[in-house]
Design a protein around this ligand. Structure first.
Ligand SMILES: [Zn+2]
Length: 440
């Protein structure tokens, strides 16, 4: 009797020749379901019309969204924005003799909204914008002027709420919980939507960690994966601190993956020239962005195989920054639906998980005349990185009826064909039991 033909190989991403005439037949598809590219539809600031006008459209199309919310003023939140540091009176007194400079700027700016006066938010906002645009001396002067007003008691007593915190606060945690149960992702956008580029690290930490804590308490830990530091900041000091602190698995502002090129909202560069494994291409449609341009982003994605289009929406209809009419969004989403054969539409969290799992995964494969046995493992935290991966396995030409079994579950799989031969596509879980492909 002829010995059973037996082969083993190891591969993560590429087909690996282990010895002459022996090819590993299994690869992990670049995107789930072997689509051409991925789209994450994200929304900032928890603007009520995102939920009343757009979620119904998304639910009808079965599109999941990711909502970055500001939690400090939502009714029932346990954590509210405050200054973490010395008594503000002490800081105010120092401003009488020492003008603002690079050594005291972050502390003073962090305390500026908490001096006990209304109208301070406006100065904080101005100082943040100036600092982010590189006008440091003007930013210092702005902080000096708000402290001078507070010392002179020239403002009305009270505390300001930011525009964005006020918008998020028009929703309730119970509404958010319902949307989360429908498959939408919620994510942290801080307690009070500050310019973090002008906060010191204790206040950056407080704004993010306490936002995360309220989301975990009200919506569960599956909604604590992603975050966006407000105003799309790429401030080096803030990014370095937040990434090193590992408060979140993923930041929309910046991801550290060496295999991914990032083109953020403000950049004009086009994807398609990069040799990187993945390109995260963020686009933020504004009130005047033509729908034809928005649709062309989908066409660009479909013309390549490595693009993750991350859409960043703000205002809808009459509420929020740079609003877009919900009818236009419905038209845009219908275009995505019409092209869904090539698109993987998933939350920011799921696309991140898929890429990281795929890049960290190792496959082993053993083959006999009737079976292919596969193991699929990665070294990431398996309690978080548990999204099914799509495998593509080439099968012997004579096999017709194929089943795939994992964890005592057996599925019949359709056979497909390309220039290289017959193959199957199937979804399996990493770090679980062996995968058995049977054919006859
Ligand atoms: Zn925002």
């Amino acid at each position: 009797m002829k010995n059973l033909f037996f082969e083993t190989c190891l591969s993560s991403l590429i087909i690996l020749f282990v010895h002459q005439n022996t090819i590993c037949q299994t690869t992990i598809a670049k995107w789930q379901h072997n689509k051409k590219g991925a789209i994450s539809i994200t929304y900032d600031d928890g603007i009520p019309t995102q939920f009343t006008q757009v979620i119904p459209i998304m639910n009808k199309l079965h599109f999941p969204g990711t909502f970055f919310i500001v939690t400090g003023d939502i009714k029932g939140s346990l954590n509210h924005s405050k200054f973490i540091g010395r008594p503000v009176k002490e800081i105010m007194n120092e401003t009488k003799t020492i003008t603002t400079n690079k050594n005291n700027f972050f502390e003073r700016a962090s305390a500026a909204k908490f001096l006990g006066y209304k109208g301070t938010e406006e100065y904080f906002f101005k100082a943040g914008s100036l600092y982010e645009s590189g006008k440091l001396q003007e930013a210092y002067k702005t902080i000096d002027s708000v402290y001078a007003l507070a010392l002179a008691a020239a403002l009305k007593p009270g505390i300001d709420t930011s525009y964005e915190a006020g918008l998020s606060a028009q929703n309730s945690w119970s509404e958010f919980k319902t949307f989360a149960s429908q498959g939408h992702e919620f994510a942290c956008h801080s307690l009070s939507h500050p310019f973090m580029a002008i906060l010191d690290t204790p206040n950056i930490r407080y704004e993010l960690q306490k936002c995360k804590e309220d989301i975990r308490i009200h919506l569960g830990k599956e909604n604590t994966f992603s975050a966006e530091v407000p105003f799309g900041t790429e401030d080096e000091r803030v990014m370095k601190y937040v990434l090193a602190s590992k408060f979140f698995e993923a930041l929309r502002n910046k991801m550290p993956e060496p295999y991914m090129q990032e083109i953020n909202r403000g950049y004009k560069e086009q994807p398609g020239t990069s040799q990187q494994e993945y390109v995260q291409w963020q686009r933020g449609p504004l009130t005047k962005t033509p729908i034809t341009l928005m649709k062309s982003w989908i066409d660009t994605l479909l013309a390549h195989d490595n693009i993750w289009l991350v859409l960043v929406f703000h205002g809808i209809d009459t509420l929020g920054w740079q609003p877009i009419r919900h009818e236009e969004i419905a038209n845009y989403f219908q275009y995505m639906k019409d092209n869904e054969a090539g698109l993987w539409i998933a939350t920011f969290k799921d696309v991140t998980k898929y890429m990281r799992e795929r890049m960290a995964a190792k496959i082993t494969e053993e083959k006999t005349n009737r079976n292919i046995t596969i193991t699929l493992y990665h070294s990431l935290d398996a309690s978080i990185y548990n999204l099914p991966l799509t495998l593509k396995t080439y099968i012997p030409a004579k096999w017709k009826n194929i089943t795939v079994q994992q964890n005592h579950e057996t599925k019949k799989i359709n056979v497909e064909k390309d220039a290289k031969g017959k193959y199957i596509l199937y979804q399996v879980l990493p770090n679980e039991s062996k995968i058995m492909i049977t054919g006859n």
